[in-house]
Design a protein around this ligand. Sequence first.
Ligand code: PHE
Length: 455
Amino acid sequence: MSANRTSVHGQWSSRWIFILAATGSAVGLGNIWRFPYITAEHGGGAFVLIYLVCIVLVGLPIMMSEILLGRRGRRSPIHTMAALAEEEGHSKHWRLVGVMGVFAGFFILTFYSIVAGWTLAYMARAVSGVFADASAQQTGAIFNALVSDPERLLAWHTIFMIMTVSVVSRGIKQGLEQAVRYLMPALLLLLLLLVGYSMTTPGFAEALSYLFKPDFSQVGASTVLIALGQAFFSLSLGMGAIMTYGSYLSGSAHIPRTTVSIGIMDTSVALLAGLAIFPIMFSVGLHPHEGGPGLIFKILPIAFGQMAYGNVLAFIFFTLLMFAAWTSSLSILEPVTAWLVEKTGYSRLRAAISAGVVAWALGLGSLLSLNLWSEVTLFGMTFFDLMEHLSVNIMLPVGGLLIAVFAGWFMSRSATSAELGLGNGAYLAWKVATRFIAPAGVILILLQELFGFLG
Ligand code: PHE
């Protein structure tokens, strides 16, 4: 079916493990930390609706494209893009898509590792029992004490980066596969438990209508871009993570079906996170857009503090959230690591450590921008905000756009249809989505952001 190449890095043991690993990549801080507060900042239901449209019309076709390119090329994104472009008779400059992905990955890790560090810190807080009967003011103070202390943030950031490097350095079967096998099902269970609790709170009905009743008066000029960026971020698209995972996928796995499973799981977790968090907010009288990036860290502990065995549940929850962040950060570091191994012949260990050190050092900027450098801004954004905005809202959509254009316009029909294994009608649908809908969507949204023609 595929071009009969194999990856020097190895292969997933089964299609299921690939689905778990890719879901592990997709489900992360993006779903449980970022989705709720971004939704809150952009007015709720209307944002959710636009987000879902972006997932289906733009995200899924691009995810199929990333997996198919990765499996066809069987190398890290930079080398896969270069090899496929050459094979199909196009410029090798297509490798720049992979290069930009490497940068995007580093930018993402700068803030990802900091927030993942918060989850580690909160595991410790849960053990110490500070959430018992805590009010909204108290949980807010606990959060502020953490982010205003550079030394603590540094310790957690460093620990998380070491955790990420230590798994990536072990490779696919010994490292990545072992990490995702149990963690993902456990995370889902705990999330369901939290939603169960939220359903008993008085704010549940209000939260339902907040999330699912679109109020377009709240939709501002850049709402659509934010929703698009969030769709890319949440599905791990546009920077080569899924392409890299795809390069380890067996030639017999059905890419479209696999993609749909990953998309459904990722979206369900985001919506469930919303259903866990907003009811609690409404119940304690907090307004959604008050939260910001600290939202779940300030809100969920209130609920835990009132539950029987709340500290135990809080500990389990933050542990699982940390695992979710961990399985995602693996996929952010993996493309650069694989590229370094291919390019320099470094051992995996050396490559993973080198990439990890760079990401760690860049993370210091995000770390300090939360406290000592909080006044230092560029374009009105702190370093943390700038990294988040640039990578999520600009680099991922642009990367995804180029991937779609390459897969849709520059790959031969024989190659893409062999990889996708679709019947004629479904293949045509993928082609239309990849050639026209996804690129046009991204271009229009980016132009609108640049020139603001929708007002
Ligand atoms: N999808 C991950 C999340 O939702 C983040 C991520 C982005 C992972 C890009 C890999 C690549 O948290």
